[in-house]
Design a protein around this ligand. Structure first.
Ligand code: UGA
Length: 440
């Protein structure tokens, strides 16, 4: 099938490359001509494991191409995906749909034979109706169907997630569009991936409901972690114990510094906004948004307490800046709240992140960036782990102890074992787990 992907951000580029890898003929479009030129040369604008190779091999097989001008590709396409950003509007927290609407208007003028216009961007319920109306207005004669097909891939494991989804959701009533969508996802269908056909509005809302539910699950376990700390219980064991109940499930129960990234913060806000507009406030989601914001600030207080009540004049080593591992994405990363709060309390920060430092430099002030973890740790008063990169898990603990001025580690991702840290003589503070007294 001939596929056009409008937008070469995370969702657009990963989906485009994966559809090409399935054997479809894909053209990815972006207004940014420089970006298109780089993509043609195989340069990927962000870090995602495996994506560079996937793009390169599909370019080589002539299944994947890039263009700044969508005209030709859209005219010949079976399906045109809209995968552009829907950032939070600064005035009221709702999703900014101007990029989606701009893309829809542009496509409308180019469509030739029957084309499925597929919305993959995360958009508030009812957006498909608006997009269809504005396209109809532009092209009363146009032969097209507007479908919602939300994406559930995660950064850092995006290719695997795209190719092994728990389900594919397609929101449409149009039989012809269903056929095209079935054919597009046929490679997954053969793996028995369920393809769920729903009403368009249902598909749109399902995306927000999924993200808000996962964000709620994380926030819930984070609050349980706080209670564990006060009561001597262990949040990891609690998560394990409740996760074994099939009704609850094991995933997304890792307590941490609060969720970040380009999706959960934005989508919880937008869902709460939509619910208020429809007069059905979602108090749980609103509480999740509030609790998550407060949590990030409380993480700074936790660090200060672990350092003896004041960090004025101290130098702290921070490992991990991105919102999670295996990405260079700094959007809404907890580090962006935690580090300035530590600086306000008088600490100097030396930080290391395997992929996030280039973006962090524009977002954080007065941070010294180190070339490797030990360069950050050397001579610091304490170590704070903010992101759970694999390479931090097996660092030489004896070397860390020698490098630090005081053997204090605050681990906001629970990547070390409290027993082992006590054995090594660290004052080790983690999330929702009892602090073990240092062995003499
Ligand atoms: C999320 C969803 O997981 C995807 O299904 C969805 O497609 C995507 O948003 C989107 O809407 O585009 P993503 O933001 O890439 O994916 O990353 P997640 O792995 O979900 O992590 C989000 C945040 O939650 C991170 O800050 C992470 O550290 C945190 N988290 C996650 C926890 O604190 N605990 C957990 O157990 C899981």
């Amino acid at each position: 099938m001939k596929v056009v992907m409008i937008g070469t951000g995370y969702v657009g580029l990963v989906s485009g490359a994966c559809f090409a890898d399935f054997g479809h003929e894909v053209t990815c479009i972006d207004k940014d001509a420089q970006k298109i030129e780089k993509l043609r040369n195989g340069e990927i604008p962000f870090f995602e494991p495996g994506l560079e190779n996937l793009v390169a091999s599909n370019i080589r097989w002539n299944r994947l191409s890039f263009d700044a001008d969508p005209t030709k590709a859209v005219r010949n396409a079976d399906a045109v995906f809209i995968a552009v950003g829907t950032p939070t509007r600064s005035d009221d927290g709702s999703a900014d749909l101007s990029y989606v609407e701009g893309a829809a208007r542009e496509i409308a003028g180019m469509i030739d034979a029957f084309t499925v216009v597929v919305n993959k961007s995360t958009v508030p319920v009812g957006t498909g109706d608006k997009v269809e109306a504005l396209m109809r207005n532009e092209r009363p004669d146009g032969d097209f169907a507007v479908v919602s097909n939300p994406e559930f891939l995660r950064e850092g494991s995006a290719i695997y997630d795209f190719k092994h989804p728990d389900r594919v959701i397609v929101g449409t009533d149009n039989e012809q569009a269903m056929e095209v969508m079935r054919e597009l996802y046929r490679p997954l269908y053969l793996n028995e991936t369920p393809i769920l056909f729903t009403k368009r509005r249902t598909a749109e809302l399902a995306k927000y409901a999924a993200n808000a539910f996962l964000a709620t699950k994380i926030t819930f376990i984070n609050e349980i972690a706080d209670l564990c700390e006060e009561t001597g219980a262990d949040v990891q064991q609690v998560a394990h114990a409740i996760g074994m109940d099939g009704r609850i499930g094991r995933k997304f129960l890792h307590a941490g510094p609060g969720f970040g990234g380009s999706c959960f913060p934005k989508d919880t806000l937008a869902l709460a906004k939509t619910a208020n507009q429809y007069g059905t406030p979602m108090e749980i989601v609103e509480a999740v948004v509030r609790a998550n914001e407060q949590r990030k600030l409380r993480m700074a207080e936790k660090v200060i307490k672990a350092c003896g009540g004041s960090i004025a004049g101290m130098r702290l080593a921070v490992l991990g800046l991105t919102f999670k591992q295996n990405t260079d994405d700094m959007r809404d990363a907890p580090s962006l709240t935690i580090i300035p709060a530590l600086q306000r309390a008088g600490a100097k920060i030396t930080a290391y992140d395997p992929q996030g430092m280039a973006a962090a430099k524009n977002l954080l002030q007065d941070v010294v960036y180190a070339d490797d973890p030990f360069a950050a740790i050397d001579g610091a008063d304490a170590l704070v782990v903010v992101t759970e990169w694999d390479q931090f898990r097996a660092l030489d603990l004896s070397r860390i102890k020698k490098a630090l001025k005081k053997p204090v580690i605050i681990d906001l991702r629970n990547i070390y074992s409290p027993e082992e840290m006590a054995t090594h003589g660290f004052h080790y503070v983690s999330i929702g787990r009892p602090t073990i007294n240092v062995k003499a």
